[in-house]
Design a protein around this ligand. Structure first.
Ligand SMILES: Nc1nc2c(ncn2[C@@H]2O[C@H](COP(=O)(O)OP(=O)(O)OP(=O)(O)O)[C@@H](O)[C@H]2O)c(=O)[nH]1
Ligand SMILES: [Mg+2]
Length: 311
């Protein structure tokens, strides 16, 4: 285990991949791994890239990788595939799109399933980001598909959240989506080579005004990932946002609240594992029969199990 960690800290891609697999599979060693990883984390800037399916997230990420690479930064990428419940899987499209980078020095790309979590951001995602952070990546990009409410979960782990919008996708609906306006730090209007991008940008500005005064006013950037325009601007804004977080009370508040959520989420995981184990140990046909015949009730039973757990 220590050997694996040493090799990963030295930047060996296979060892890094192996660590992520162990943690993603919730293997028995994973807690020990994370304890050793954690002290080395905190150096990376974690960027969440979210948006509707097909908005151009992967294409944009690919361009962004090049931008950061040109600045001499090491870039780790986690692409979440919400349709894949299993581990280590690669999304063919993403792999193809980003594969030129995948073989480059200083770039690590990993696809992950979402562990049944619809928006895709799970503990496994967070742990993978922490591993990349500890292994010396300056930038960690997380691509997550914006499906429903859980897409806002990205704010729990990202320092900077980029929301990718596009012209012609039912713009009002995508912008109004609950919660997402509030959590985006940068709005990327992608496919600006297509008609309607200006209108989307203007609509976003109106929505932002409605949210009221804020210290960090999220910039709205027109981008064409296909033509590679505007991506450099987004990179600069991400840099400015990082600086803002480092220097402002808001940045500190955000970090603390992320740490709080992190502890809570670990605790919740531990507790539900205990609950599952206790219930499994107790469950049998006779017990189920007595419940269904109303000879006992779920409340009393749960109370008894709780008492056992708390002992
Ligand atoms: N015209 C135009 N098309 C683009 C642009 N960026 C991406 N696309 C196209 O949009 C389609 C979807 O791109 P992806 O990068 O796979 O989008 P995605 O958001 O990662 O998609 P999912 O991961 O499936 O949600 C592809 O056909 C891209 O070529 C752009 O700037 N302009
Ligand atoms: Mg994609």
């Amino acid at each position: 285990m220590d050997k694996l960690l040493t090799r990963a800290f030295d930047g060996d891609p296979r060892s890094i991949g192996r660590l992520i697999s162990l943690v993603e599979a919730e293997s028995p060693e994973s807690k020990e791994i994370m304890k050793k990883i954690y002290p080395r984390t905190g150096g990376a800037h974690v960027i969440g890239i979210t948006g509707s399916p097909g908005a151009g997230k992967s294409t944009f990420v690919d361009r962004l990788i090049s931008q950061f690479k040109a600045d001499g930064k090491k870039v780790g990428v986690i692409a979440i595939d919400p349709s894949s419940p299993f581990t280590g899987g690669a999304i063919l499209g993403d792999r193809l799109r980003m594969q030129d980078h995948a073989v480059e020095e200083g770039v690590f790309i990993r696809s992950m399933g979402s562990r049944g979590n619809l928006g895709g951001v799970s503990r496994g995602t967070h742990e993978a980001a922490l591993i990349l952070d500890a292994c010396g990546f300056d930038i960690v990009l997380i691509e997550t598909v914006g499906v429903g409410q859980s897409e806002v979960d990205i704010v729990k782990i990202a320092d900077t959240v980029c929301l990718i919008l596009t012209p012609g996708m039912g713009d009002d609906v995508q912008i109004m989506k609950a919660g997402i306006m509030e959590i985006a730090d940068v709005f990327v209007v992608n496919k600006a080579d297509k008609e309607g991008a200006d209108k989307v940008a203007a609509d976003v500005q109106v929505m932002l005004k409605m949210l009221g005064e804020r210290e960090w006013v999220p910039p709205v950037v027109l981008v064409s990932s296909n033509k590679n325009t505007g991506v450099d601007k987004v990179k600069d804004i991400i840099g400015a946002h990082e600086k803002y977080l480092n220097e402002s009370a808001e940045g500190r508040r955000r970090r603390w609240s992320q740490l709080e959520m992190e502890v809570e989420s670990i605790l919740r995981g531990e507790i539900s594992a205990v609950v599952e184990k206790s219930w499994k140990a107790r469950k049998n046909d006779e017990l189920m029969l007595s419940l269904s015949e109303r000879r006992s009730d779920p409340y009393t039973l749960a109370g008894e199990i709780m008492e056992e757990i708390m002992k």
